[in-house]
Design a protein around this ligand. Structure first.
Ligand code: ADE
Ligand code: ZN
Length: 328
């Protein structure tokens, strides 16, 4: 499973921070983060909403472009070690310069330099999707969309929204998404992780995304599942994350296979792997164990992911060779 070449479309850069890395930075900066770690060193939190707080506390020690360069190196080394050849990662100008475009450019420059080094060393290609954070509210999403529009191009390829799906409505963020779309960015929105099938419908109707982050709760509304299939909306499914956070009670009851059987384009990603103690390899092992997914199914899922990736045709051609397939 480790050696299967993988395309990952849904990974939060800060969410990929190994706990030892964050502990090290906290020590360097004399910040007390002891409350967010278990005795054995891993992150600790009670539920999804507490997870978001712990995530933001961990992120608070990432305060400079150099910290983000080091983070990017650590995250890409781990992804490459699990067979990922192409990764689309959520980047948050909220945490990288507080939404100021000039500061954001400096963070982006450092992240890209680290990504170039990782590509040369480990053969993993990274592209960025700028994400606003829903529970920070629509006003804060505007400067984030402007950061996205100002740096849109062949490397920053998308705009999205993460955070607490139970706060606010997608329609409140229309200005930010229109701004990003007008700058040529492709769109993905977290929905249907916690907010039910209606939350997926709301995101589709208000923001017209190309992809949905998670989307698994669409399974409770088969008319919506059929709409996703017919419209070719790709789901960035993060099954290990869903099982660990309690979106699904266990692997067997995860709807990824039902969605796939009904014709939805599903892909597999890890979301925030060290926060859940998972990797792409362990997710593939679980999909194999619980749903019998074999190399053929994984090859199909990775082709779907490459097709749905937001990068340009030349990059897709390069990655297709790594997958041993034709460019989509
Ligand atoms: N930010 C990081 N991980 C997230 C998740 N699983 N859902 C929403 N926002 C997130
Ligand atoms: Zn996510």
């Amino acid at each position: 499973m480790r050696d299967i070449p993988k395309v990952e479309l849904h990974l939060h850069l800060e969410g990929g921070a190994p706990p030892a890395f964050i502990r090290g930075l906290a020590k360097e900066k004399s910040v007390d983060l002891s409350g967010i770690f278990r005795a054995d060193g891993g992150y600790t939190y009670r539920d999804f909403w507490h997870f978001l707080q712990v995530y933001e506390a961990a992120t608070s020690v990432l305060t400079s472009p150099d910290d983000y360069a080091r983070l990017t190196t650590a995250v890409l080394e781990e992804s490459a070690a699990n067979g990922v050849v192409y990764s689309e990662t959520f980047l948050s100008p909220d945490f990288c310069g507080g939404g100021d475009v000039g500061a954001w450019r400096e963070y982006l420059h450092a992240i890209r330099e680290a990504a170039d080094r990782a590509e040369a060393q480990h053969g993993i290609t990274l592209r960025g999707i700028i994400t606003c954070i829903r529970h920070f509210g629509p006003e804060r999403a505007r400067p984030i969309a402007e950061c996205a529009a100002q740096t849109a191009g062949d490397w920053i390829t998308g705009f999205g929204m993460a955070g607490d799906e139970l706060k606010g409505k997608p329609a409140d963020f229309k200005w930010a998404f229109d701004c990003a779309r007008e700058a040529g960015l492709r769109i993905t929105v977290h929905a249907g992780e916690w907010g039910g099938a209606q939350s997926v419908r709301d995101a589709l109707d208000a923001l017209q995304p190309d992809r949905i982050g998670h989307g698994v709760q669409a399974i409770d509304d088969l008319a919506l599942v059929d709409r996703l299939a017919e419209d070719g909306i790709v789901l960035e499914v993060c099954p290990g994350s869903n099982v660990f956070l309690g979106v699904c009670k266990d692997w067997r009851s995860h709807p990824i296979e039902k969605l796939r059987e009904r014709g939805v384009k599903v892909t597999v990603s890890t979301d925030d792997p060290p926060f859940f103690g998972i990797t792409m390899t362990s997710d593939y092992e679980n999909l194999n164990r619980h749903f019998g997914w074999d190399e053929e199914v994984f090859a199909e899922v990775n082709r779907t992911a490459l097709e749905a990736a937001f990068c340009d045709a030349a990059t897709k051609e390069k990655i297709a060779k790594r997958l041993g397939t034709k460019a989509p």
